[in-house]
Write a protein that binds this ligand. Structure first.
Ligand code: ATP
Ligand code: MG
Length: 365
């Protein structure tokens, strides 16, 4: 199968380039198999872009991302840039890309691979086989609503203000992503809000219900208050398939779900935009973890989250389900074979660094 899919790689800072290098090996393997040949370009973002171009997300990077069929993103930030003013922070690199490409749906799977079930939690039975997906709205809600700010009141004291605003279109489009996903999984969506105390929550519940009834009657839909969902995630996480939430609730619940799996170094994510007239949508894939400055340069970072982000990219942007599965299975088999990076180390297993892990995955492929 030939392909001229355009892939933009943005390694970024810290361990980003180290784990992206391992994905490059997988791409070389795909090349050798002649199954595909991508049209790959590489760009700068984050601190690397600040150093090279004076901006955390230069215009050329945004243009390249727009032109690409998918973006594979490493991670940004680090102590070197910590004291810069807000508008020069490396983290703005990814925020600008999300905003400029309209990436409104953040997909964060929380999966516990069998070989890691015992390591991932004190309660292995609780999470063994866990496989859920959180769909978080990522361009609206309380992180962006107006008015916002810190004001001085008449008595000279300060007050902080944030506003949650959601339009029905914003809710509907992210709901459709969640329902679509559920159809490819176990056909269930749990939509979370606080409809009991928030007006935006009331609208959220109403709109998700309408979309579900009108367009996805075959998908089971359950509404749940976000606080209850947090409790249920801790006590009975395997009841969930797809969890749909606002920017704020999705943020909190996806970190909770990540903690259930026990390893940041294993978790991928995708952020999708709206499909254009030709059905093509912008999308960015990145590990859930950050640039891990404490271990950067030591060659010990776990490349699996970046690798699995690439698998998501193949599945969602390039429609290469088979290759995505191959990579996921290879990761699982390497773990089953006993190799571990430091972050997922268990007694009796062999501790290896980033490149040995990457090589083992390619060998398994
Ligand atoms: P950000 O603000 O970008 O989310 P952070 O400082 O909150 O970053 P990380 O950079 O993800 O978080 O690091 C959190 C901890 O997890 C660090 O101790 C780091 O070394 C560890 N860690 C993160 N990613 C990996 C990885 N791929 N392999 C091994 N350890 C990792
Ligand atoms: Mg963090």
């Amino acid at each position: 199968m030939a392909s001229n899919k355009k892939l933009l790689i943005l390694p970024g800072d810290g361990i980003g380039p180290e784990v992206v290098r391992e994905v490059r090996r997988v791409i070389e393997w795909m090349d050798r198999r002649r199954s595909v040949s991508f049209d790959i370009s590489e760009g700068v973002v984050g601190g690397a872009a600040l150093d090279a171009e004076g901006s955390p997300c230069p215009d050329e990077t945004v243009a390249a991302a727009r032109a690409a069929d998918a973006v594979l993103f490493g991670s940004v930030g680090g102590p070197k840039w910590d004291s810069l003013p807000f508008e020069k922070r490396p983290e703005l690199g990814v925020l600008r890309l999300r905003k400029d490409l309209g990436l409104f749906a953040n997909l964060r799977p929380a999966v516990v691979l069998d070989p890691l079930a015992d390591a991932s939690s004190l309660k292995a039975d609780l999470v063994r086989g866990l496989d859920l997906m959180i769909v978080r709205e990522s361009t609206g809600g309380i992180y962006f609503g107006e008015p916002r700010g810190i004001e001085i009141m008449a008595d000279g004291k300060r007050r902080g203000i944030d506003t949650e605003v959601y339009t029905e279109d914003e809710i509907a489009r992210v709901a459709r992503v969640a329902f679509d996903l559920a159809r490819k999984r176990r056909n269930k969506v749990t939509s979370v809000e606080k409809a009991n105390v928030m007006q935006s929550g009331r609208l959220w519940r109403a709109v998700v219900g309408e979309i579900g009834r009108a367009e996805f009657p075959d998908v089971e839909l359950e509404h749940m208050y976000a606080d209850n969902c947090a409790m249920q995630l801790c006590s009975r996480p395997k009841q969930f398939d797809v969890i749909l939430g606002s920017n704020l609730f999705g943020d909190v619940l996806s970190d909770l779900a990540a903690a259930l799996t026990g390893s940041l170094g294993m978790l991928p994510s995708a952020t999708l935009g709206a499909p254009d007239a030709s059905g093509r949508r912008h999308a960015l894939y990145e590990p859930v973890h950050g640039s891990a400055p404490d271990i950067a340069g030591k060659g010990i970072a776990n490349p699996c989250a970046q690798m699995l982000s690439f698998a998501m990219l193949l599945r969602w942007s390039f429609e290469m389900e088979e290759d995505a599965k191959l990579i996921e299975t290879a990761v699982q088999r390497v773990l089953a074979g006993g190799l571990r990076t430091a972050d997922i180390m268990q007694t009796g297993m062999a501790r290896v660094g980033t490149s040995v892990m990457g090589e083992a995955i390619v060998r398994e492929l």
